[in-house]
Design a protein around this ligand. Structure first.
Ligand SMILES: NC(=O)c1ccc[n+]([C@@H]2O[C@H](COP(=O)([O-])OP(=O)(O)OC[C@H]3O[C@@H](n4cnc5c(N)ncnc54)[C@H](O)[C@@H]3O)[C@@H](O)[C@H]2O)c1
Length: 371
C-alpha cells in the first residue's frame, strides 16, 4: 500500500469528533492539517493526532503539500466558500450537508469543480450503511412490486434543546428541511430514484428560539427560516413521496420512511444512522419480516463516504464514486429549494437535475472498509 491519502480538515465543532473516530487508525488516510476560525479548537485536535499541523485558514489547507482532499465540517454558510477555495487550488473536497447554503451557491460549487476537474463529495453518507442500502436492494429486487409511494417524517422541538451554538439552524441555509431533509431526501433518491417535480407548504411558529444548554443557555436566537416544511415529491418513476420535517413538534410515532408498492410495504430505518432494521410486509400477509442486511457498509460511521471517495473503503476505484457525491447533493438541494419556492408561490416546481444514482454498495464488513 502507498502513502496514506492526506486529508485537510476544516471545522472542528460538534460533528468533527464522529469523523475523527471513523478516520482514526485507518491505514489508508491521514489527517495532515487542520484549521478552524477558533484556532484553539484546531490546536486541541492537532495535539491528539500524529503529525497534524495547524494552518491559518482554508486557503492554507488547500495549498498544503500533503493535503489531497479537504474535509469540510464547517457550518452550512461556509460550505460554498470552502468548496470554491478547494476547486481553485485543484484539491478535492468532501463535506457535510447541505452541499451549500442554497441552490445558487450549490450550482456554483459543482460548476467550479467541473471546470477545475476536482471532485466533490457530500454527506449524508449514512445512506451508504446497511439500513438504506438494504432497503434499496430490496426494492430493486422487486420485494414491493412496482413502487407507488413513500412517506418520510422527521420532527422535533428544535436543536436549541441540545446544541451549544444552534444559530445556524435558524439562519439562511438552516431550518429543518436543509438540516434534516438531506438524510430523508437522499434516502428517497437512493430507493426510488431522482425527483422530477415538487409541491410544498411551509410555516414558522416563532421569531426567536432560546438556547437551552451550554455556555449560552438562555440566550435568544433569531429565526429567519421556515420551521415546519411539508410537501410531495413526484419521482421520475411515477412514485409520490410525502415528506414532513419540523422543528415545531414534540414527538412522533411515525416510522422514519415507509415505501409502498403494488406487492408490499417496506420500512426504511432512521436515515441519520447507518444501520437499523428494514421491515417488509408482503401483499397477502399481515406480518412484518425483518430483512437481513444485504448491502451497505457494515458498522459504518460518519466519514465512510469520504473513505469511499478517496478509494480507501475496500471497494477499489470503481465507476460511480463518490457514492456520497455532489451530483446527488445538488439534486437534493434543488428538491429542497423547490419545496420552499413552491411553499412561497403555491405552485408546483419542476426539478431540472436528474443525477445518475451511484451504484449500490455491496455488503462490506467493517474490517474491509476500515482496512
Ligand atoms: N451537530 C450534529 O449533530 C451534526 C450532525 C450531522 C451533520 N452536521 C453538519 O455538520 C456541519 C457542522 O455542524 P456542527 O454541529 O459540527 O457545527 P459547530 O458549530 O459545532 O462547528 C462548526 C465549526 O466550523 C468552524 N468554522 C465555521 N466557518 C469556518 C470557516 N470559514 N473556516 C474555518 N472554520 C470555520 C467553527 O468555528 C466551528 O468550530 C453542519 O453542516 C451540520 O449540518 C452536524
Amino acid at each position: 500500500m502507498g502513502e496514506p491519502h492526506g486529508i485537510g480538515l476544516v471545522g472542528l465543532g460538534v460533528i468533527s469528533r464522529q469523523y475523527l473516530e471513523t478516520l482514526a487508525g485507518h491505514t489508508g488516510v491521514r489527517v495532515a492539517a487542520v484549521t478552524d476560525l477558533d484556532r484553539s479548537r484546531a490546536e486541541a485536535v492537532a495535539a491528539d493526532l500524529p503529525n497534524a499541523r495547524v494552518v491559518d485558514d482554508v486557503a492554507g489547507l488547500a495549498a498544503d503539500d500533503e493535503v489531497r482532499t479537504v474535509l469540510d465540517l464547517t457550518t452550512p454558510g461556509a460550505h460554498a466558500d470552502v468548496a470554491l477555495a478547494c476547486s481553485a487550488a485543484g484539491v478535492d473536497r468532501y463535506g457535510e450537508k447541505p452541499l451549500a447554503a442554497g441552490l445558487a451557491a450549490s450550482r456554483k460549487v459543482m460548476a467550479a469543480a467541473d471546470a477545475a476537474g476536482t471532485r466533490v463529495g457530500c454527506a449524508p453518507d449514512t445512506v451508504l450503511g446497511t439500513g438504506v442500502q438494504t432497503a434499496r436492494a430490496a426494492v430493486a429486487d422487486g420485494a414491493i412490486g412496482t413502487p407507488t409511494a413513500a412517506v418520510a417524517t422527521w420532527v422535533s422541538a428544535g436543536h436549541e434543546a441540545w446544541h451549544p451554538h444552534p444559530d445556524f439552524y435558524y439562519a439562511a441555509g438552516g431550518g429543518p428541511l436543509l438540516d434534516m431533509g438531506p438524510y430523508y431526501l437522499t434516502s428517497l433518491v437512493q430507493v426510488l430514484g431522482p425527483v422530477a417535480w415538487v409541491q410544498g407548504a411551509a410555516s414558522r411558529s416563532r421569531d426567536e428560539r432560546t438556547i437551552a444548554s451550554g455556555p449560552r443557555e438562555g440566550e435568544r436566537v433569531p429565526v429567519e427560516v421556515a420551521t415546519h416544511v411539508t410537501g410531495v415529491l413526484g419521482h421520475a418513476n411515477g412514485a409520490l413521496s410525502t415528506v414532513t420535517v419540523s422543528f415545531d413538534a414534540v414527538g412522533t410515532h411515525a416510522r422514519p420512511i415507509e415505501v409502498h408498492g403494488t406487492d408490499g410495504s417496506l420500512v426504511v430505518p432512521d436515515p441519520n444512522r447507518f444501520d437499523g432494521d428494514v421491515e417488509l410486509r408482503r401483499a397477502g400477509s399481515k406480518a412484518w419480516e425483518v430483512l437481513p442486511p444485504s448491502a451497505g457498509f457494515e458498522g459504518a460511521g460518519r466519514g465512510v463516504g469520504l473513505l469511499e471517495m478517496v478509494g480507501a473503503a475496500g471497494l477499489g476505484d470503481v465507476p460511480g464514486s463518490p457514492r456520497a457525491g455532489g451530483d446527488v447533493g445538488l439534486h437534493v438541494m434543488e428538491v429542497m429549494a423547490g419545496l420552499l419556492d413552491s411553499a412561497d408561490s403555491g405552485r408546483r416546481v419542476d426539478v431540472t437535475t436528474a443525477p445518475v444514482v451511484p451504484p449500490l454498495v455491496p455488503l462490506t464488513p467493517r474490517d474491509v472498509w476500515h482496512g
